[in-house]
Structure formats: structure tokens, C-alpha cells
Design a protein around this ligand. Structure first.
Ligand code: N2P
Length: 365
């Protein structure tokens, strides 16, 4: 009897000392489209033995709907810090990151960490991945042909001045498919605060948008890369790196389409996109391993080289190809950075009014 009790005790001791069962070697990633290098995932899979399922989206709203409905099945998602990750944190959508597992956290730029701490206090839930600014992609030749000698290349007037928009409608204008980018841009064009939460300002922005609505060919948040590159659009409100990718695709195609990106003088939204782990992630340990991999300077520098978005990793900058590191469209000058604004969460009543205005605008009623 004593011997049996002893045996049970030994077995119980062995069981309790066993490490937690290892996760199955899988990882489910949900990231923005055109936002990673072609070899990032294959190399991670090869060195970790973890099989990655990789899906993409092109808008924060799409990601948010998945997260809020719960059980997305994703281990890694990439929301913009503000307002999206900020308001998702409030609804307990994310796990707290175990920094003891993130040996490369030290590489992150303290200024960017401070900036996103306004959305994620103490940087508890997210690691900044890449950042973008929203500006104007345009086709130089078509713009010259439609507007003559000196088009206002660095002004939102290219989109919001009805007289110019009418002339550009033929070669094609597109807007991002999100009220969270388009209304602030309209407010900035009108000389109002792009972060205004005043319902009267919202009405003015809607009126400005309705004036140009007949000239807008598309509301889309990723198609403009190929459309610009193929000459199927001449002006797009778009994300910096995406427009530069369009420029590069046109160059590679050798199709005589010349695309450029400008940061509007009226102001431009800057967004930092964050790596987060959903609270119900099935493979949170693998997720941490993947985040730590992305925080390696060589890995993230290679991503910037592929997608032309700046990263917040200090030692990575020296590893980015010089023509990218020194391209002011990718790493904007101090003077240009002064035009950037960062969005903040809006009161629910404002958010609802803006969604209604957006639906009305898009349906043209
Ligand atoms: C990638 C767009 C990411 C920028 N296609 C959004 N902040």
C-alpha cells in the first residue's frame, strides 16, 4: 500500500514537472496585402518548422469585423495603432505580449514606441511593424495631358477641386475604400482640422465629397497599385508604399507609365501598423516566435526593400538598400514629416454619423 502511494506520488511529481504541451507547429497570419517580402514566410517556415497559413486584407474595418466576431483563428494580425488597435484593446481583443520571449524588442525605435503608446499604453499589446503615410499617387504624363503645364502635384486639390477632378475623371480617380482616411483628407483640403469631431465639419466634408463624387471611378484600397501601374488610373488617394510599388511595377513592365507619390501640403495621415496576438489565438507561442523573427534587423530590412514602407527598427535602417533608404518618398524628410497627423479614436456618435455619410456618398443617394 505504501509502495503504491509512493509510486503515485512519483508519477504525480513527474507529470507536474513536465513542460506545457508544445503547440502544434502551425501559425495563422492575417496581414495587409502587399506588405511582406516574398521570402519572409518561407524562410521562417524553414528555420522554425512551423507551417504558416497566410491571409490578407486591405482595410482595418475588415480585420476589425473578424476580430470582434471572435474566434478568427488568427495568431497574428496587423491593425493600425490608432484608432483601430486602441479601440480594440479596450474590448480586450489582444493578449499582453510576453516581452521575455521577444529578444529583439530592443531594436525598436523608442520614438515610434512612444508614439504608439498613446494607442497601446506601455506598449503592452503590439510591436510596431511598418508605417505608412497617405498621399497622392499620380500618372505624370496623363496629368500633364489633362491639366496642362503646372498641375498642383502636392495638393489635395487634384482630388477635391471639382474643376480639376472633372478633367481627371476621364483618366480615372480612385479613393481608398475607408471613411477613416477619406473624411480626414476632405477636411484637410477644406482647411479644417482633419481630426475634427464636429458634426458641422463632417457635413462640410460630405458636401465636398459629393461635389466630386461623379468623377470618382473607384473606392478601393489595394487595386490602385495595378491600376496606376497599367495606366488605368491617373490619380489615387493611396498609401505611400503601395504607390511606390505601382511606380516600380510600371518600370518593370517598361510600359512608359510614370507614377509618382506626393505628400499633400494640406497634411497627410500617418499610420503605424502593429503586430498583435488575438486573445483567442490558437498558437500564441508560435506567434511570439514569429514577432521576434520580424524584429530581426535583416528580416525587416528585407521587407522594407520589397514593399517600400519604412520600418521602426533602428539597426535595420543601415541594412535597407541605399536607394530605398535615401528615397524621400519612402523615408520622408523632416520638413515633410511635419505635415503628418495621426488619427485618434472618435466618439461613437461621430463614428456612426460618419458611417452614415459614407454609405450615402458611396451609394450616390
Ligand atoms: C499595405 C497598406 C498598408 C498601409 N497595402 C496601411 N497603413
Amino acid at each position: 500500500m505504501l509502495a503504491l502511494a509512493h509510486l503515485l506520488l512519483v508519477v504525480a511529481t513527474i507529470l507536474s514537472a513536465r513542460p506545457a504541451a508544445a503547440e502544434e507547429p502551425r501559425l495563422n497570419v492575417y496581414n495587409w496585402s502587399d506588405y511582406i517580402a516574398p521570402d519572409t514566410i518561407p524562410k521562417f517556415e524553414a528555420e522554425s518548422g512551423i507551417k504558416v497559413t497566410y491571409d490578407v486584407y486591405d482595410g482595418n474595418e475588415v480585420l476589425e469585423a473578424k476580430l470582434l466576431s471572435g474566434r478568427s483563428g488568427y495568431d497574428i494580425v496587423v491593425p493600425s495603432a490608432s484608432p483601430f488597435m486602441a479601440r480594440q484593446i479596450a474590448t480586450k481583443v489582444y493578449r499582453v505580449l510576453d516581452k521575455s520571449k521577444l529578444t529583439n524588442w530592443k531594436n525598436l525605435d523608442p520614438h515610434i514606441l512612444d508614439l504608439v503608446a498613446t494607442a497601446d499604453p506601455d506598449n503592452q499589446h503590439g510591436a510596431p511593424y511598418l508605417w505608412s503615410d497617405t498621399g497622392i499617387g499620380y500618372n505624370q504624363t496623363q496629368l500633364g495631358a489633362a491639366l496642362g503645364e503646372a498641375p498642383p502635384l502636392d495638393s489635395l486639390a487634384l482630388i477635391f477641386d471639382p474643376a480639376l477632378a472633372e478633367k481627371l475623371a476621364g483618366c480615372g480617380i480612385s479613393l481608398l475604400d475607408t471613411p477613416q482616411e477619406v473624411f480626414p483628407a476632405a477636411l484637410a483640403y477644406l482647411g479644417l482640422d482633419p481630426k475634427s469631431r464636429d458634426l458641422g465639419d463632417l457635413d462640410k466634408a460630405l458636401a465636398a465629397l459629393e461635389r466630386i463624387r461623379p468623377y470618382i471611378r473607384k473606392f478601393h484600397s489595394s487595386q490602385y497599385i495595378n491600376d496606376l501601374a497599367n495606366g488605368d488610373l491617373c490619380v489615387a488617394l493611396g498609401y505611400s508604399g503601395d504607390v511606390i510599388q505601382a511606380r516600380n511595377r510600371a518600370r518593370e513592365a517598361g510600359n512608359a507609365v510614370q507614377i509618382a507619390f506626393s505628400v499633400p501640403k494640406e497634411g497627410a495621415m500617418m499610420s503605424v501598423d502593429m503586430l498583435g496576438i488575438p486573445a483567442d489565438a490558437p498558437h500564441p507561442e508560435n506567434a511570439l516566435r514569429f514577432i521576434d523573427y520580424l524584429l530581426r534587423p535583416a528580416v525587416i530590412a528585407n521587407i522594407t526593400d520589397a514593399v517600400w514602407y519604412p520600418n521602426p527598427n533602428v539597426p535595420a535602417t543601415a541594412l535597407v538598400k541605399p536607394e530605398i533608404r535615401n528615397d524621400p518618398a519612402v523615408y520622408p524628410t523632416e520638413e515633410v514629416r511635419r505635415r503628418f497627423y495621426i488619427d485618434i479614436p472618435a466618439p461613437l456618435a461621430y463614428e456612426r454619423a460618419r458611417t452614415r455619410a459614407w454609405t450615402r456618398l458611396k451609394s450616390g443617394r
